[in-house]
Design a binder for this molecule. Structure first.
Ligand SMILES: [Ca+2]
Ligand SMILES: [Ca+2]
Ligand SMILES: [Ca+2]
Length: 213
C-alpha cells in the first residue's frame, strides 16, 4: 500500500535519480511502473492498481493517469499523481468511490470517479507530463497503457465486466497490436463468475508469481 514517508533508498542511484534518491520524472520515465490490476465489476464497481516494479523509490511528480474513452484518441479524464509517492514493490490504487463492492473503498488510495470510470473498450494510460503543461501531447511520455491509446479494441466488450491481474510487467507503450491476455491473466469474468471468492482480495497487493493478486 501507499507509503507517505521517505526512507533512505538503498539501491544504486541511476542518472534518473536526484539527490534525494528519488526518481526524477522530468528526466526520464520510471524504470518500472505498470498498471497491475484492472477491475470492472458492473455499476460503479471500478478500480485499477499501479505497481512500482522497479528498485527505486518513486515520487510521482509529473506522473498522470488517464482514461481514453471510446473513439477518443487522447485523455478523456485525467488525474495528476503529483502528491503521491510509491516505494519499490508497492502499489497505488485508484477507484470509483461510489462502488458498493465490499472492501473496495477500504483498499482505495485515490478515490476518483472520473478516471475510474471505464467500460469494455476504454483505455488506461500512465504518462509523464514532460513539458509540464498539464495536457498530454506528443512531447510527453507514455509509461504504460492498457489498450491501444488512440484506438478502441475491435471487440467493444474486450475487457467488460472483468477482473485482470498483471502477469507480464513489460510496459506497453500504447501503440500497435494489443491483446490484454498478453499482459494480464483473467481472474474473474463477472458475466460468467463467480470464479473467485473475493474479487477485491488482491487489490492493493503487489502481483505475485502465477498472476494472482
Ligand atoms: Ca466505453
Ligand atoms: Ca504535456
Ligand atoms: Ca493487486
Amino acid at each position: 500500500m501507499l507509503q507517505s514517508s521517505h526512507e533512505e533508498c538503498d539501491t544504486d542511484l541511476s542518472a534518473c535519480c536526484n539527490d534525494d534518491c528519488e526518481w526524477d520524472m522530468s528526466q526520464c520515465a520510471p524504470e518500472c511502473l505498470i498498471i497491475s490490476e484492472y477491475l470492472e465489476g458492473g455499476g460503479n464497481d471500478r478500480a485499477f492498481e499501479l505497481y512500482n516494479c522497479g528498485a527505486s523509490y518513486l515520487r510521482l511528480t509529473d506522473l498522470n493517469v488517464c482514461v481514453v474513452r471510446d473513439s477518443s484518441t487522447s485523455c478523456s479524464s485525467n488525474a495528476p499523481l503529483a502528491q503521491e509517492v510509491l516505494r519499490e514493490g508497492e502499489t497505488l490504487t485508484v477507484c470509483d468511490p461510489r462502488s458498493v463492492l465490499p472492501g473496495l473503498a477500504g483498499a482505495c488510495d485515490i478515490p476518483n470517479a472520473d478516471v475510474a470510470s471505464f467500460d469494455g473498450n476504454d483505455r488506461l494510460m500512465l504518462w509523464v507530463d514532460v513539458d509540464g503543461d498539464g495536457v498530454f501531447t506528443d512531447e510527453d511520455v507514455i509509461v504504460d497503457a492498457l489498450g491501444v491509446v488512440d484506438l478502441p479494441p475491435a471487440d467493444d466488450d474486450a475487457w467488460r465486466l472483468k477482473l485482470f491481474s498483471r502477469c507480464d510487467p513489460t510496459p506497453f507503450g500504447g501503440e500497435g497490436p494489443y491483446d490484454i491476455l498478453d499482459y494480464f491473466r483473467l481472474i474473474e469474468d463477472f458475466e460468467v463468475g463467480p470464479r473467485v471468492v473475493d474479487p477485491v482480495a488482491g487489490f492493493g497487493r503487489a502481483p505475485r508469481p502465477g498472476c494472482v493478486d
